[in-house]
Design a protein around this ligand. Structure first.
Ligand code: ARG
Ligand code: ZN
Length: 894
């Protein structure tokens, strides 16, 4: 069944209060509900409640037991009350079995604990309810369970009562004063340890708790610190306070996604809570901080103001991703001087944009392409996408670019003030931004309506006599994905905030070559200007330009677009040396690498880089004015999936020739700068004690990049790798050494792999890394890699019901090992099909993510393309496919 945005209708009843009683046990849990309702529609109508995968025991209305088929009907997806009165209390008793719930949606068992995941439609697996985000209700929840087994009983809001019951039981009653939709409901029954602190805000003490397994308690402090920083940040930046007496975070090892913002009771994948230098990398620390922030920020953008329907998902997700990106950026910049702070922010921006370009641009160019507000879905869980989240965040960021930091804040204030306690739409957000700033943002609506990555093509002409430069921009928004099937679809020009700078190509009496020229358009003398591109084609004229400029386009990545400009190799080299915009300077390097790698595919015998390029690059690598973190980014080649996507825009991908050219480029960087890498490694490998912060992490990133480069071309470097592995005091350096060993010296890696396994056998998240490192080994032979894979699948530590482990082994192989996944005989694709089907039988959400690995099959050359198609067809033909996977493979094959 397809759900359509156009079919939205309000629910005809209000559920003013929801009382729930859970009698909890892993095998069988009984849920009793009391729903106080009031009809809001003018005419009498049936009351339809969602419900699935549970057993109905009884239904009563105002204490009178109702009769099936007389008073109500029930099928496998809903319960319908045939003649409900205008008001009343409906009481329903159901049972479900957490222990046999392998989907991890609804109430499920994880280790010895019971937890819930309700977004998007998990609540309906526990009790019958209008399980949609626009039905807000005030919840009181009582949990009963055996006290020895489940000493901790948590639900949303404030704890009202806790007491012992007979026969070793106990109960806890929780009340959440804020009306909320069912997807924000949560409960936890467990045997957990808790790290506890308090924080004062607006004169009130708030209790903060992080619940983890007892042995993980030493790894919970960083999440607690991140939570405190998030609370302070949201108050300072947006004046949004913590609104409950307590805020809880609970970690689970079994989770489909990253984390969930349940009101006052966030439940997290342990990967995004636990952080300690012995077991977590810098990247893990960064993610913990970002995800803790993200879920906390949802309290206002998502919970207090929620979504009218799931088509509006980006209303909360795009906005909250934008907020967590800003939080992380502010955290990185905290305490630094202006120059260092700007550089730290650029590093964060580069990470975010390269993620967007690799994964979201690809999504937007494939069969799953959708606008940030989709208009149709079969399974909503398939729309928790890069587009809704990351492109959605870019759309929010564009408001800030257009309205300024202060204007954006005024818009946010109005949005919260207008809509607190409501379930609203993306249009309401846009209206608040427009109204607070007295501007017209009607054209901006198209960002919510159109899919695909726009291309902005720029061309410049310089009139030396008039000292005038004219920049002409055209935007092109071709139909993509589902849009291709809509006849007579006319995509309209978008409102694009396009930041530019003009670099002096030669020195004049006012500026030196490479500096930014003052831009006098609209009477400003700024060095970076935001152009408002609103037409299909538009020219911008700059006066008093003393020499032919080289334009720096879409600075800071002000709009999520592809930019086309006919830069010569020399222009790119020039931008790489001089662009004052750190983001664009990095991008110049990316463009240069891209160009050289793609050229080299057809001229494999020629050098990948010429001498000019190499000398510019070497200067940059040695430029100590650039932070180590930034230099590590500059010298990270564009990824193979990103390059594949660019190739697919004009031709077909041959994954093996692409891989080979990418390898030659990496070899060239390693060999050409070998002595610089050696010096850098020696300088940065200075035996300092581990501390996590942006600067230290950047130094480790550059050091470990140097180590990889050395290991790649110098067999002697194996001793450096071994020494680092043995001597380091943190997981970042240890896993870098292990992965370098596995990739470049796989024949000698087995002792290190065995040692690593021994050391961390009890640390699930570290064992995930151990699996992932081996699944990603692009340098082994095909036979070796497939052999390793089957050994790992048979390994006692491979737990096929645990999503993190599945992601570590199976997803890593399918998504991050293009060399071995894309085998010409289709072995990799058959592996994919087999696992999509096996996982789908237990956990459709996870299977459906894996199913997306082949969605770009049409972009591939000859044998690969047809082999992928065959594998997709094999999955599509399977009889008992979930709705989740069916939608993905259906769209891929359509
Ligand atoms: N709202 C959560 C977050 O972004 C994601 C939950 C998604 N869950 C799902 N089953 N699709 O933080
Ligand atoms: Zn979110």
């Amino acid at each position: 069944k397809t759900h359509l945005l156009s079919e939205y209708a309000p629910y005809p009843f209000e559920i003013t209060s929801t009382e729930l009683l859970f009698d909890l046990a892993a095998e069988l849990t009984t849920v009793t509900s009391w729903l106080t309702f009031e009809r809001t529609s003018a005419e009498p109508c049936p009351m339809v409640l969602d419900g699935e995968h549970m057993t109905l025991l009884s239904v009563s209305l105002d204490d009178v037991v109702l009769r099936q088929d007389v008073d109500y009907q029930v099928d496998d997806s809903k319960l319908m009350l045939l003649h409900p009165p205008t008001t009343g209390v409906l009481s329903i008793v159901t049972t479900c079995s957490p222990a046999s719930n392998t989907s991890l949606s609804g109430l499920f068992a994880t280790g010895v604990h019971l937890m819930t995941q309700c977004e998007a439609e998990g609540f309906r697996r526990m009790t019958y309810f209008p399980d949609r985000p626009d039905v807000l209700s005030v919840y009181s929840v009582t949990l009963m369970a055996n006290k020895t087994q489940f000493p901790v009983l948590l639900a949303n809001g404030n704890l009202i009562e806790q007491r012992d019951l007979e026969h070793g039981g106990h109960l806890a009653t929780w009340h959440d004063p804020f009306p909320k939709p069912s997807y924000l409901f949560a409960l936890v029954a467990g045997l957990l340890a808790c790290l506890e602190e308090t924080i004062e805000q607006d004169g009130a003490r708030k209790l903060l708790q992080v619940y983890v397994e007892t042995q993980d308690l030493p790894k919970a402090q960083f999440a607690m610190d991140s939570l405190k920083a998030s609370i302070v940040w949201d108050k300072k930046r947006f004046n949004l306070p913590l609104d409950l007496e307590r805020f809880m975070i609970v970690a689970t090892a079994d989770f489909n996604m990253g984390a969930m913002e349940n009101k006052g009771l966030n439940i997290f994948n342990s990967k995004f809570v636990l952080a300690h230098q012995d077991t977590a990398t810098d990247f893990d620390f960064e993610n913990v901080e970002a995800v803790v922030g993200h879920e906390y920020f949802h309290n206002w953008t998502g919970n207090r103001v929620t979504c009218r329907d799931w088509f509006q998902l980006s209303l909360k997700e795009g906005l909250t991703v934008y907020r967590d990106q800003e939080f992380s950026s502010d955290q990185l910049a905290a305490g630094l001087n202006d120059v260092a702070a700007a550089s730290a922010r650029a590093v964060k921006r580069i990470d975010d944009v390269s993620n967007l370009r690799t994964a979201q641009f690809a999504e937007d160019a494939g069969p799953m392409a959708h606008p940030i507000r989709p208009v149709a879905y079969e399974e909503i869980n398939n729309f928790y996408t890069m587009t809704v989240y990351e492109k959605g965040a870019e759309v929010v960021r564009m408001y800030e670019t257009l309205l300024g930091r202060y204007g954006f804040r005024k818009g946010m204030d109005l949005y919260v003030q207008r809509h607190d306690g409501q379930a609203v739409t993306c249009d309401d957000f846009r209206a608040a931004m427009a109204d607070a700033n007295h501007v017209d943002l009607s054209q901006f609506a198209r960002w919510y309506e159109q899919a695909g990555t726009p291309t902005v093509t720029a061309s410049g002409s310089y009139d030396a006599d008039a000292a005038r430069y004219t920049l002409t921009l055209t935007q092109h928004n071709p139909a993509v994905g589902i849009e291709l099937q809509q006849e007579a679809l006319l995509k309209q020009p978008l409102h694009i905030p396009f930041n530019i700078g003009l670099l002096a190509s030669s020195s004049t009496h006012t500026v030196k070559a490479g500096e930014d020229l003052p831009l006098t358009l609209n009477d400003t003398s700024a060095r970076t200007l935001t152009l408002s591109l609103t037409e299909a084609k538009q020219s911008f004229v700059f006066e008093n330009i003393p020499c032919a400029p080289i334009p720096s386009l879409n600075r800071q990545f002000s709009a999520p677009v592809l930019v086309q400009f006919d830069y010569s190799d020399d222009d790119l080299n020039f931008l790489l040396q001089h662009d004052s915009d750190a983001f664009n300077r990095w991008d110049a390097a990316q463009q240069l690498f891209t160009r050289c790698i793609l050229n080299n595919i057809n001229t494999p015998a020629a050098p990948v880089f010429n001498d000019t390029q190499l000398s510019t690059l070497e200067h940059l690598l040695n430029n100590h004015d650039l932070s180590p973190a930034y230099r590590a980014q500059l010298f990270t080649l564009p990824s193979i999936p990103y390059l594949a996507q660019l190739i697919a825009r004009t031709g077909r991908i041959d994954p093996q020739t692409l891989f080979a050219a990418h390898q030659r480029a990496d070899d060239a960087l390693a060999l050409s700068f070998q002595s610089t890498w050696r010096t850098l490694y020696a300088q940065l490998n200075n035996g300092q004690n581990y501390v996590y912060n942006g600067i230290a992490a950047g130094e480790r990133a550059l050091k470990n990049l140097a180590l990889r480069k050395l290991a790649r071309v110098d067999s002697q470097a194996i001793s450096l790798v071994q020494a680092q592995y043995d001597q380091c005091d943190n997981m970042t350096d240890r896993i870098a050494a292990l992965s370098t060993m596995v990739q470049y010296h796989s024949a000698s890696a087995s002792a290190m792999l065995a040692d690593f396994y021994q050391r961390y056998a009890d640390e699930a998240l570290v064992i995930d890394k151990w699996f992932a490192v081996q699944a990603a080994n692009g340098h082994a032979s095909h036979e070796q890699q497939m052999q390793t894979l089957s050994e790992l699948l048979a390994h006692p530590a491979f737990m096929k019901a645990n999503p993190n482990r599945l992601r570590a082994l199976i997803f890593t192989f399918c998504n991050a090992n293009p060399h071995h996944f894309h085998q010409v005989d289709g072995t990799g694709y058959n592996f994919w099909a087999e696992h999509v089907l096996a996982i789908d039988a237990k956990n459709p959400q996870v299977a459906s993510r894996l199913a997306r690995s082949l969605e770009h099959w049409r972009d591939y050359a000859g044998p690969y393309c047809s082999q992928m198609q065959a594998a997709l067809q094999k999955v599509a033909n399977h009889a008992a496919l979930s709705q989740d996977v069916k939608e993905i493979v259906g769209k891929a094959l359509a």
